[in-house]
Design a protein around this ligand. Structure first.
Ligand code: SF4
Ligand code: SF4
Length: 81
């Protein structure tokens, strides 16, 4: 069964420091067009399929706005609960 990884971004925690964007070896993290409730331009995953799940962005984020999500299955869908 294929395992896929995905980075979940809590946009309300993001302060737009760009540290995650700087360390991402795959260059998949980019600034969004929008702003969060704090008026901060938050980051998004531009090409989530290219994310390797290396976790560097999670380690770097000073505000713990990033989380690793894992999914298994043919569809690469969400985990069932
Ligand atoms: S887990 Fe790695 S490849 Fe994926 S977005 Fe973060 S730094 Fe980039
Ligand atoms: S490191 Fe965290 S706070 Fe900084 S831009 Fe990335 S997600 Fe936002």
């Amino acid at each position: 069964m294929k395992k896929t990884v995905k980075i979940k971004i809590d946009i309300e925690k993001c302060k737009g420091c760009r540290l995650c964007e700087t360390v991402c070896p795959m260059k998949v993290i980019k600034f969004s067009e929008g702003v969060n409730k704090k008026g901060v331009q938050y980051v998004v995953l531009e090409h989530p399929e290219k994310c390797t799940g290396c976790g560097l962005c999670i380690i770097m984020c000073p505000d713990c706005a990033l989380e690793l999500e894992e999914a298994t299955g043919e569809t690469g869908g969400k985990n069932k609960k």
